[in-house]
Each structure stands twice: as C-alpha cells, then as structure tokens.
Design a protein around this ligand. Structure first.
Ligand code: ADP
Ligand code: GLC
Length: 487
C-alpha cells in the first residue's frame, strides 16, 4: 500500500490542550493512521502548554504580520505527536482558555486567531515549507473551517481537503466586516464561498469548499441533514450528502486501559472484574459518598451545557433516592448547573457528590468505579464517555441520539436473550424517559448475572481507532491531491 502524507489542522490536541472530545480525536488519530500508512502531522496554535512541551524546536517559517503581529511556524514533537506549532503570541498567549477569556467570554478576535491557523494550514498544504507537501489536509471544526477556503481561492494546485464537524452547534459566525481582513478575494464573499446569512461562516466555508465532509457518527450525519438538528446548515449538508460521511470516533485504548491505568485505584479486566469493586470503594471514599458496595452508583463526566441534558438528571434526583442509587458528577461549564448540583450534593450528603473542574484522574476513577455512566444528551455528535464506559465495565445509560444511538446496544429483552446488550438507551430525550431508563437500569443491576453480561459485552466491544482510522485513510486516498475545484 502506498503511503500518504496528511496534515491535520486542529485547534486543540490531547494531551497538550483540551476542552472536549475534539482534542482526544486530534491526539489519537495520527497514531492510529500510522497503521494505515498515513503519515499525519498536526498544525495547532502555540498555546503556552504546547510551546512548553515542544521538544527539539525548529522555526521553519516566519511571518512579519499575521493578523496584527509577527509569528513563527515551529516544527517539533510534543506529547508523542509530530507537530507544526503556530507561535503567534499576539493571538494565542492569553490568560484564559483556548477560546474564552478568564471572564468566560469569547475573545473578541477569535475570527482572526483561527483565520490565522487556517491560513497557515493552507499555506503548509501548498508547499510553504520545502520538502513538505501533504496530499491531504484534514481540518477540524469551525476553527479550521477557513482552511478549505484559503486553499480553494489560492488558484494554485492544492491537496485534497476533508472538513470534520465535531459539533454543528459551534459554527464560527462573524460579522461581514471581518471579511475584508481575511485576505480572501472578493468573490469569496458569496453563497458559494464563506458568506453565511450576511456574515462570514467559518464552518460553513469548510462544509462548502471541502472535497469531503465527515462527522463523527452515522446517525449524526443523518440528523444534521434535517432542519431540527441542522442548525441552519441542513440545506447545504443535504446538497452535499454524496460527500458527507459519518465515521464513529474511537478512543485511545492505551490511555484508556483498565489493566494498566495509573489513575485508578486497582487494575482490572473482563476476566478479573471482581477487582473493579476496589475502584468503587476508592471513588466513594474520594468523593465522600457512603461506602456501599451494592448500591447502584451512577457517574457523570461531562461538560455542563444544555447539549448534555443534565437538567433532565436534576429533574430525576428524587428518583435516585427511590431506587436507592448514588450519584457522582464531574463537570465544568454553565454556572447554573454547577450551582444546582452543588446544592443537590449539600442536601444529599453521602448520596450525591459533585466535583466542578477539569480533572483527568477523577474522570478515570469514575469510569472505573461507577456502575453506570449516564449520558442524557439532547444531541451528541459521537460522545466519547460512553465508549470509555464500555471499556471500563461501566454500563452506559444514554439518550438515543447521534453517536450514542450508534454505539450502545439497548438491553431490551431480545438483546439480553441474544447476549449482545451493552447499555440502556432512552427516547425521547425527556426527564420521564430518563426516569424510565434509570428504573430499568436498577432492575438490571439487581440481576447480577445479567449485569455482568452487559458489562462483559461492553468490555468486548471494539472501541479503538482501528476501524475509524481505516475509514479515514480510505477517504484520504480518494481525494489525495484533489486539484482545484471541489464538486
Ligand atoms: P464533548 O466533546 O462534547 O465534551 P465527548 O464525550 O466527545 O464530549 O468528550 C468529552 C471528553 O472530555 C472525554 O474524554 C471526557 O472524559 C472528558 N471530560 C469531560 N469533562 C471532563 C472533566 N470535567 N474532567 C475531565 N475530563 C472531562
Ligand atoms: C464534540 C461532540 C462530541 C464528540 C467530540 C469529538 O465535542 O460534542 O459528541 O464526541 O466532538 O468528535
């Protein structure tokens, strides 16, 4: 098989900078693709942790004025990844997170911060650096959306372009005034280009001008072509349905390996499931929950946002008492959710515990120690926590949407009979349906042999990147050096 060179353009990348699953994907895919003879390097912004981790750095290009200041393109390795890092202190050296300042608001110049990333991604794709000419550029989400536009309007031969939608809710929409500073030709401000409802749409541009569009599950690929989930882009996506593919995410099965995980209390495996109990005990102790080996322990690891449907869980808290369950929540985000869960924890000490913040080791311990991982999302492009749950023998209870629908086999009577159930699904996404699912889950948990089979089925499920990487590699090969004009 001939090898292929691909450039990934990603605004965040695990283990260096992460706000969500996109970072996990960007961090894991290059290694998985190596097995498919794809050499992937990643361009990412020069945030402080990235620069600090970069080894054997070499400046391979310089820009006197990249959207308002000088910048350098560095090449090097960090976090086990081959990186190009855009060192542009005026754009990326900030006190807050990758997208929002310490006040929780989007940075006012996000359009230019990410136009810069896309512009340099496109330049790299077209020979900016001698000896490097990728055949494919893979752009992630709105932050990299303009990559396809810069390539398309360059008028020069270009690599093939894939744009992946990780979440259609984040579109990178900016006012029309921004356009004049992007360095795109006037004709780009059109419905066939970057124009979007009178302004500039970064994600729209990527969807319009890429050779292939992917999103992170087959069901989400269908959902976003419908008006209820298309968030204004469903028409465009329907028009490009022939080039739109849903490829499920995997997880990094080395980072998420219950047999070797240094962040959990006791290693375990499908064959040694009994040792899992030590993790439940450690989790209960760490979170101040009553030690109760047999009580159903429900875990949540999530961004706290409307998308994730945690208000449905708030509505179900009385039910947790009724089914004698405990709840542990790890999350960060909307202060109103934090306040509500904080309040619940105060009023139900020993039964409900919450930790607010981003904490990797606790996320691992919850996966290893909780009986259930709950994901009641209103929409979920793929979702990674239910995949981690299966790998760690926690039973996912999920809303039947997007990637959650695609990855979990509901434990209905027939699936139990066929011994293929891996979790519990509910629909519609309502508090009533969630309550029904939790009741059903409690009944299953009360049948230990059945429960163990569901756990074992999850642990047997292939949640690795092996198959998804093969799918991406196939797409790359179809579009390598696509030429000038996308369909
Ligand atoms: P999304 O990207 O929409 O937030 P995903 O399920 O795709 O949802 O990915 C979330 C990732 O972030 C998972 O790897 C999960 O373990 C992790 N995560 C989410 N919240 C936290 C948190 N508060 N602390 C640690 N890890 C978290
Ligand atoms: C987004 C989605 C999530 C998906 C992740 C990685 O953040 O919300 O469902 O798993 O991207 O693709």
């Amino acid at each position: 098989m001939t090898s292929i060179s691909a450039l990934s353009v990603a605004p965040e990348i695990y283990p260096l900078v992460k706000t969500g699953g996109l970072a996990d994907v960007a961090g894991a895919l290059p290694r998985a693709l190596a097995a498919e003879h794809v050499a992937m390097r990643t361009l990412c912004p020069g945030y402080h942790p990235v620069l600090a981790a970069l080894k054997k750095t070499e400046a391979i290009a310089r820009f006197d004025d990249l959207f308002g200041g000088p910048a350098r393109l560095l090449s090097g390795r960090a976090g086990g990844l081959d990186l190009f890092v855009l060192d542009a202190p005026h754009l990326y050296e900030r006190d807050g997170g990758p997208y929002v300042g310490p006040d929780g608001r989007d940075y006012g110049d996000n359009a230019f911060r990410f136009a810069a990333l896309a512009k340099v991604g496109a330049a790299l794709g077209q020979g900016l650096v001698e000896g490097y000419s990728p055949e494919v550029v893979h752009a992630h989400d709105w932050q990299a959306g303009l990559t396809a536009a810069y390539l398309h309007y360059s008028g020069k031969p270009r690599p093939g372009v894939v744009t992946t939608v990780h979440n259609l809710a984040f579109q990178g929409q900016f006012p029309a005034e921004v356009f004049g500073k992007l360095g795109l030709p006037p004709q780009a401000f059109s419905i066939e280009g970057v124009e979007y409802y009178g302004g500039v749409g970064f994600l729209k541009a990527g969807l319009q001008l890429s050779d292939r569009i992917t999103t992170v599950s087959p069901t989400y690929a269908e959902e976003i072509q419908q008006s209820h989930a298309g968030m204004g882009l469903d028409g465009l996506l329907r028009a490009r349905a022939g080039e739109l593919f849903g490829i499920l995410n995997g997880i990094d099965v080395e980072v998420w390996n219950p047999e070797t995980d240094p962040m959990i209390a006791a290693p375990f495996s499908r064959k040694k499931l009994g040792q899992r109990a030590e993790n439940k005990k450690a989790l209960q102790a760490r979170m101040g929950l009553t030690h109760a080996p047999d009580r159903l322990l429900v875990g949540v690891v999530s961004r706290l946002s409307w998308q994730k449907g945690l208000d449905l869980l708030l509505a179900c808290l009385p039910l947790l008492d009724e089914i004698n369950a405990q709840l542990v929540l790890l999350g960060t985000g909307d202060p109103a959710f934090e306040a509500a869960f904080q309040d619940a924890a105060q009023h139900h000490q020993g039964r409900i515990a919450a930790h607010f913040g981003y904490e990797e080791s606790l996320a691992h311990l919850i996966q290893a120690g909780a009986d259930v991982i709950l994901v009641p999302s209103r929409f979920e492009p793929c979702g990674l926590t239910q995949l981690c749950a299966m790998r760690y023998g926690a039973v996912p209870v999920v809303a039947r949407v997007g990637g959650l629908a695609d990855t979990i086999v509901d434990a209905n009577e027939m699936a139990l009979e066929a011994n293929c159930a891996t979790g519990v699904q509910f629909t519609p996404v309502s508090a009533e349906a969630l309550a029904g699912a939790l009741r059903r889950c409690a009944k299953l948990h009360a049948r230990p042999a059945t429960w163990r089979k569901i756990q074992a089925n999850g642990m047997k499920t292939d949640v690795s990147w092996t198959h998804p990487a093969r799918h991406y590699a196939g797409l790359y090969r179809e579009i390598a050096l696509a030429g000038d004009t996308p369909a």
